[in-house]
Design a protein around this ligand. Structure first.
Ligand SMILES: NC(=O)C1=CN([C@@H]2O[C@H](COP(=O)(O)OP(=O)(O)OC[C@H]3O[C@@H](n4cnc5c(N)ncnc54)[C@H](OP(=O)(O)O)[C@@H]3O)[C@@H](O)[C@H]2O)C=CC1
Ligand SMILES: O=C(O)[C@@H]1CCC=N1
Length: 265
């Protein structure tokens, strides 16, 4: 098994580490890097993994996952580049940054993969969108597929679709959490105890998502099965349509896609 360094084990990097460990990777397979000493200590205590600085971690690894914020990626790559093992693979989790841009900050010929993961990786239910850089062969892309498969589904796309994919699945959990939060609050406004409303709302998202995933039925068909003529669901859906929910999703995802392209420069 490869040694994997996670340089930047924050919200996303830690979700991947936690998911990998839950799915059979060993603490010795991993080496992490963060910036703050107290964060390093917390990660050591939680996972029993080595936590060090970016260059030391990268120098020990066959695969280096870079999970720092997009604006920190260039500095990290220029620091770790000279210390990478021969043939080491660099995997960026950063939204927006193209493989061409990543390659330009690394020693010539370094294989690079761009990944757009999402935080449900933490419970093994993530989805990662992956694209190879110019010198990354299929075998290296397979390695990334294997790592990210430990934390959920993996989808390969041409890199030109990465900004759009990130707007759907990378940011998507936040849209869902916002909807869950709104539904819980709505239940409270209708008089449900908060804990009851939270249980109903969360389990409804879990159940509806599983139903869509496991049946493969089109969501419109599943929605029709809930919607009795002249019934309660129809009354609710007409309000949501009047308030422009679909238009809001179109505009929101366009904004995310455009912001991703802007971050990528
Ligand atoms: N959050 C998400 O849902 C998703 C995020 N992404 C991408 O993942 C990346 C990380 O985002 P996110 O996890 O939210 O960000 P966080 O701020 O939560 O994590 C960034 C981490 O990088 C660490 N770090 C910063 N600089 C260094 C350095 N020089 N050496 C070592 N560690 C360093 C920080 O350490 P410390 O905590 O000690 O300061 C922190 O733990 C971004 O590029 C983002 O685009 C992609 C898809 C989804
Ligand atoms: O908001 C962000 O920029 C990151 C990328 C996708 C999800 N979170």
């Amino acid at each position: 098994m490869s040694t994997v360094a996670v340089v930047g084990a924050g919200a996303m990097g830690e979700a991947i580490v936690s998911g990998m460990l839950a799915r059979g990777w060993l603490p010795d397979d991993l080496v992490l890097a963060v910036r703050r000493p107290e964060h390093a200590e917390a990660l050591r205590a939680s996972y029993g993994v080595e936590v060090t600085d970016a260059v030391t971690a990268a120098a020990k690894a066959d695969v280096v996952l870079v999970g720092v914020k997009p604006y920190d990626v260039h500095d990290v790559l220029t620091q770790i580049g000279p210390r990478l093992r021969p043939g080491a693979l660099v995997v960026s989790l950063a939204v927006g940054l193209t493989t061409a841009r990543l390659e330009s900050a690394l020693p010539a010929g370094t294989p690079v993969v761009r990944v757009m993961p999402n935080t449900p990786a933490q419970v093994g239910a993530g989805v990662s969108v992956i694209s190879a850089g110019s010198t990354c062969d299929d075998a290296k892309l397979d390695v990334v597929d294997e790592i990210m498969s430990a934390v959920g589904a993996v989808v390969r796309v041409p890199e030109r679709l990465q900004d759009a994919a990130g707007a759907i699945s990378g940011s998507g959990p936040a849209y869902v959490f916002l909807a869950i939060e709104a539904l819980i609050e709505a239940g409270v406004h209708l008089g449900l105890p908060r804990a009851t409303s939270a249980e109903l709302a969360v389990q409804t998202f879990v159940g509806a998502s599983r139903l869509a995933a496991e049946t493969g039925d089109h969501p419109a068909v599943l929605r029709e099965r809930v919607t009795s003529p002249g019934g309660t669901t129809a009354a609710a859906l007409s309000v949501l349509e009047d308030r422009g929910v679909r238009a809001a999703f179109l505009a929101a995802t366009r904004a995310a896609r455009d912001r991703s392209a802007e971050i990528g420069g």
